[in-house]
Design a protein around this ligand. Structure first.
Ligand SMILES: *[C@@H]1O[C@H](CO)[C@@H](O)[C@H](O)[C@H]1NC(C)=O
Ligand SMILES: *[C@@H]1O[C@H](CO)[C@@H](O)[C@H](O)[C@H]1NC(C)=O
Ligand SMILES: *[C@@H]1O[C@H](CO)[C@@H](O)[C@H](O)[C@H]1NC(C)=O
Ligand SMILES: *[C@@H]1O[C@H](CO)[C@@H](O)[C@H](O)[C@H]1NC(C)=O
Ligand SMILES: *[C@@H]1O[C@H](CO)[C@@H](O)[C@H](O)[C@H]1NC(C)=O
Ligand SMILES: *[C@@H]1O[C@H](CO)[C@@H](O)[C@H](O)[C@H]1NC(C)=O
Length: 338
């Protein structure tokens, strides 16, 4: 150890050079945070054997390797220092130099989660939202890729161009969406891939919990017609169903009558009139409401007297028949008088 201390004063940290005849095996370390490391330092040729060789590191232990004492191994258990890099030094007859060991420690994220910026709860149709994926405590970010998966397909990928930061960082990725009702129940996942060795097989994959898209939209009546006709005494029913999310509540306003009723079966809302009378005629105002909005629909119910379905026949009943009755009555009266 004494040699190391002396050597520290003799050789400044900057004394290392590319021509230093020492090699490290492995040349660089890429390991999980907290891993155990073992690195050998030895002369590159037997012709340039160092008088002194050793590691400069307050962390871990190093030993001269038997029997020749010309190579030296640095061992450390549970290595957790994000930024520390030791160096191996050698003194040669005409030269003193060192080689630094580059170390990259990596760590998979503590959490990966999806949220919607400035919003909670269901999305509203037609509006745009920014989904955010937060990745906590991951290192190094330069080796990280954050991807968005929608229905199993990768729709966006982001990388972080920060080669300098070796310590864990929090990063996020955002994705803009405009909500449509047909997106409802789709699953969105945020995927992180940490590939510190840039070699594929050692990559670390983490996933967020799936974010389920729920899109709310205002009610809309499903039937288009706005008038209904029925003969006196006939039965009639007309639909007043509306779709929407959440499912809307439908209410119809009309002249109250004992032969008229509203039924709701599932999403089918129906107004039924049995044995219609002229009192049932008029305007039926239906209103569908949910948390997003309201839709209204007006249906005009026309009651046509029995056996006649057109305006001309209606005229007949109202005008012609009374006239005939009056004529017959007056003839009968004349006959009685005469
Ligand atoms: C190597 O070093 C050890 C301990 O420092 C010493 O006991 C041993 O004699 C050395 N061997 C040679 C061949 O120099
Ligand atoms: C929305 O959220 C982002 C980040 O969470 C914030 O920077 C921004 O100020 C917010 N905008 C509004 C309108 O609240
Ligand atoms: C990451 O976020 C956590 C929780 O908000 C915080 O405690 C930590 O300091 C953040 N780390 C960095 C590097 O900003
Ligand atoms: C969903 O609806 C929107 C707008 O109506 C349309 O542009 C989009 O193609 C639809 N997507 C699917 C998967 O049907
Ligand atoms: C991330 O993935 C690694 C393996 O790839 C796993 O060991 C770790 O527990 C995962 N972390 C989270 C937060 O799921
Ligand atoms: C109308 O409905 C009532 C009660 O359901 C039934 O008794 C009657 O026969 C129906 N009339 C017609 C014309 O269908």
């Amino acid at each position: 150890m004494l040699t190391v201390l002396i050597w520290c004063f003799l050789v400044p940290m900057t004394a290392q050079s590319a021509s230093c005849p020492l090699e490290l095996i492995p040349k660089r370390v890429v390991e999980r945070h907290g891993a155990s490391l073992s690195v050998l330092c030895r002369p590159t040729t037997t012709s340039a054997e160092p008088d002194v060789i050793g590691w400069e590191s307050p962390i871990g232990k190093w030993n001269l390797n038997m029997p020749d004492n010309k190579s030296v191994t640095w061992n450390v258990e549970n290595f957790e220092d994000w930024t520390f890099e030791p160096f191996c030094f050698g003194t040669f007859s005409d030269n003193q130099c060192s080689v630094t060991l580059p170390i990259t420690l990596y760590k998979t994220p503590d959490t990966v989660s999806i949220s919607v910026q400035n919003h909670s709860g269901p999305l509203q149709e037609g509006r745009s939202y920014t989904l955010q994926c937060d990745v906590f405590n991951v290192a190094p970010v330069a080796a990280l890729t954050v991807s968005w998966l929608w229905k199993g397909e990768m729709i966006q990928t982001q990388t972080y161009d920060d080669d300098l930061t070796k310590t864990p960082e929090n990063v996020s990725s955002t994705w803009e969406i405009t909500a449509f009702r047909n997106d409802s129940n789709d699953m969105i996942t945020c995927l992180t891939i940490l590939d510190p060795k840039q070699d594929g097989p050692s990559e670390q994959v983490n996933k967020s919990a799936a974010y389920q898209v729920i899109v709310h939209y205002a009610p809309k009546f499903t039937d288009e017609y706005d008038s209904v006709e029925v003969v006196t005494g006939g039965n009639v029913s007309f639909g007043c169903s509306a779709e929407g999310n959440p499912p809307p509540e439908v209410k119809c306003k009309y002249t109250v009558a004992i032969n008229a009723r509203e039924t709701t079966r599932g999403r089918q809302h129906t107004v039924s009139i049995t044995r219609a009378t002229s009192a049932n005629g008029g305007i039926y105002n239906c209103v569908a409401t949910n948390t997003v909005g309201t839709a209204t629909r007006q249906i005009t119910l026309t009651i046509t007297p029995l056996g006649h379905t057109t305006g001309v026949n209606y005229c007949l009943i109202l005008v012609v028949i009374p006239v005939i009755i009056i004529i017959i009555a007056s003839i009968a009266q004349k006959n009685v008088v005469g």
